[in-house]
Design a binder for this molecule. Structure first.
Ligand code: FES
Length: 117
């Protein structure tokens, strides 16, 4: 029997992580080449552990390849990790996700649509 179980909050916003990986025939960097897939997995686990109302979406290039891994928080920050996926950068991303979560919690609820006549 599970006694301490509480449901994970419904995702209110997404955290989009670019996981594009180039074949590198053009010698340009890509987020996938800088470890963004691992960053996406790590962020997903941290969001679940903190029970934040966010979900991670793995997406295509956001035209910020030279400064990636690139992360876009829906309705919030656009983050460029500049090739650094160390603990400090991950904590910076999590701080932005927490801030967006708090901002959304403090927003008034969307009023229900009136019934059709
Ligand atoms: S490869 Fe990630 S922004 Fe272009």
């Amino acid at each position: 029997m599970i006694e301490d179980w509480t449901p994970v909050p419904k995702p209110l916003f997404t955290v989009r992580v670019c996981i594009n990986k180039r074949l590198n025939t053009d010698k340009l960097p890509s987020c996938g080449g800088h470890g963004s897939r691992g960053v996406a997995d790590l962020l997903e686990r941290m969001i679940m552990a903190e029970r934040l109302p966010a979900s991670v979406t793995r997406g295509p290039c956001m035209n910020n390849c030279l400064h990636g891994p690139t992360i876009k928080i829906q309705g919030g920050a656009f983050l460029s990790l500049e090739g650094d996926i160390g603990p400090d950068q991950i904590e910076k991303v999590m701080a932005e996700i927490r801030a967006e979560s708090e901002r959304r919690k403090s927003m008034p609820p969307v009023p229900a649509k009136p019934p059709l006549p």
